[in-house]
Design a binder for this molecule. Structure first.
Ligand code: ATP
Ligand SMILES: O=c1ccn([C@@H]2O[C@H](COP(=O)(O)O)[C@@H](O)[C@H]2O)c(=O)[nH]1
Length: 189
C-alpha cells in the first residue's frame, strides 16, 4: 500500500502559511493544500457535531482535540487520492496531542519535512489585524491568545521536527514573492 507524502507548514498566526501554500499549488499541480483551520471552519459551518467545540476553541485561541482534526485531514486526503499527491498540511500539528495522534491514527504516512515560516510577533500582529477576510478570531483579544498558544504549544513541536532532522526554517519576513522564492529553493522546486 502506498502512503501519502506530507509536508507540514507551521508558523505563527499571520506568518503567511495560507498565502504561500496557495502560491505553491498554483505553480505546482502535484501539490494539494489542506488547511487544518479551513477544514475546521468548514466542519463548524456545516453543522458538524463538533461545531460548538470548534467555535469555542477558535474564539479562545486554543487547540481542537486531535481526533477531530486528524479525522478531517484523513478524509480530505482520501478524497484527493491518498497516494497520488503531495499534501501541504497547513497549521498542523499544533501541539503534542496533535503530533502523537497523527502518527497513531494514520498508518505511518511519509512526512517529508516541516516547513517553518519564521516571523517576529510585531509583524504577525500587523498582518492579522490587516487581514480583511472577516474572520471572527482576527481581533486583538483572540490574537493575543493565539500567539500564547503558538509560543507554548506549537513552538515545542517545531523544535521536535528540528530534533528529528525534518525542519526547514524559512525567513518569512519580506514580500510574498521573495518568501516564495526562498521556499522554492529550500524544497528544490
Ligand atoms: N509576506 C507578506 N507580506 C505582507 N503581507 C502578507 C505576507 N504574507 C501574507 N500576508 C498577508 O498577511 C495576512 C495573513 O496571511 P496568511 O493568511 O497567509 O497567514 P497564515 O499564516 O495562514 O495565518 P493563520 O494561521 O492565521 O491562518 C493576509 O492578509 C496576507 O495577505
Ligand atoms: O490543527 C488545527 C488548526 C486550527 N485550529 C484552530 O483553528 C484556529 C484557526 O486556525 P488557522 O490556522 O489560523 O486557520 C486556531 O486558532 C485553532 O483554534 C486547531 O485547533 N487545530
Amino acid at each position: 500500500m502506498a502512503f501519502p507524502r506530507v509536508i507540514f507548514i507551521l508558523g505563527g498566526p499571520g506568518s503567511g502559511k495560507g498565502t504561500q501554500c496557495k502560491k505553491i499549488i498554483d505553480t505546482f499541480s502535484d501539490f494539494v493544500h489542506l488547511s487544518a483551520g479551513e477544514l475546521l471552519r468548514d466542519a463548524k459551518n456545516s453543522g458538524s457535531t463538533a461545531g460548538e467545540l470548534i467555535q469555542k476553541c477558535m474564539m479562545e485561541g486554543s487547540i481542537v482535540p486531535a481526533e477531530v482534526t486528524v479525522g478531517l485531514l484523513k478524509d480530505a486526503m482520501i478524497k484527493f487520492g491518498w497516494e497520488k499527491k503531495r499534501f501541504l498540511v497547513d497549521g498542523f500539528p499544533r501541539n503534542d496531542e496533535n503530533y502523537n495522534a497523527w502518527f497513531r491514527i494514520l498508518p505511518d504516512p511519509y512526512v517529508e519535512c516541516c516547513l517553518f515560516l519564521n516571523c517576529e510577533d510585531d509583524i504577525l500582529v500587523k498582518r492579522i489585524l490587516g487581514r480583511a477576510e472577516g474572520r471572527s478570531d482576527d481581533n486583538i483579544e483572540t490574537l493575543t491568545k493565539r500567539l500564547n498558544t503558538y509560543r507554548d504549544s506549537t513552538q515545542p513541536i517545531i523544535r521536535r521536527f528540528a530534533e528529528a532532522g525534518k525542519l526547514i526554517a524559512i525567513d518569512a519576513e519580506g514580500d510574498v514573492d521573495t518568501i516564495f522564492n526562498r521556499i522554492r529553493a529550500a524544497l528544490s522546486l
